[in-house]
Design a protein around this ligand. Sequence first.
Ligand code: ATP
Length: 355
Amino acid sequence: MQTYQIALLGGDGIGPEVVAPAVQALETAARRRGEFQFEFLPYSAGAAEYLRSGTPLPDATLEGCAAADATLLGAMGLPSVRWPSGTEMAPQIDLREQLDLFSGVRPIYLYNAAHSPLKRYGEGEIDFVLFRENTEGMFASRKIPADLSASEVRDTLLVTRFATERICREAFLLARKRRKHVTLVDKANVLPTMAFFRSVFQTVAEEFPDVQTDKVYVDAAALFLVKNPHRFDVLVMENLFGDILSDLAAGLVGGMGMAPSADIGGKHAVFQPSHGSAPDIAGKGIANPIATILSAAMMLDWLGGEAQTAAAGDIRAAVRHVMADPANATPDIGGSKSTGEISALVLRALEELPT
Ligand code: ATP
């Protein structure tokens, strides 16, 4: 039987609380399909690790992630633990850069009308995937410390043909498996880098004549995401725009606790919820585990193979079954259930699915 080695990085705050049920979901889904299994290899990373060892991403952790078949990550960083420069530690961003995880893939799916602040949408009526370029864009100069006594400080927005082509191509490849529509989000009316991004997008679009496209400025995209989210299938954009709009998009379907994500490169991939370490609720047993459980399903899809894809579908079906009852909810989505109660319901639904 095939055994996948998965690097497990619980991290800080609610990270370990939401990773534990995702591991159980992966084990249960694999056991039911009977054709593969997992070996989980825990590694330490994050703000707590920095306090222990002086580095938030030890070499052993990075090497473990590089050697594993995939990585499952909880959350990293704590507002109270900062570099001497004042910025928060973000080893998950370092991982993206070190492992060249160029695609930030953020699926947005509404599981229950009760979760959305937009009351006119039902289950599945908000359903799109946002692709965020992960390696450059407005994050390109993030490691250059700001001189806070200077009279001006600049950030560089870097757009290369290479990185833009590859993220756009990934967006088109996924659109081909969905509703065959890609929206480019940019600011080509103002920024030269974005005019360049648009021209590269156009070149890639010509490789996919079967996929329809449109182009929306980022400010209008924020408006349309709220007014007409059902019009979107796949969206692709620069790093900072993706950072901001993916949080807005998560808000449409219940918030960060409902938004899975994957950072995918040519060889490696890291799966984690879109949310951070949520120190305000850490240790209270009320973190929503659904985003991490759905990230685990994305891992199964990425690992590939018929049984793995079926197992990913099983996890989503179990989540859909549980979320159909709006009372099955942690406080962030309007309920009063605990992390443990929601996780147990999803695991039971998974066990009870027909194979
Ligand atoms: P980061 O910058 O590291 O992504 P953040 O500052 O955006 O983090 P989060 O940690 O994502 O902040 O939390 C934002 C808000 O969402 C907090 O109020 C937090 O409690 C809530 N939140 C985040 N994740 C969850 C979750 N899984 N369940 C319930 N609430 C959550």
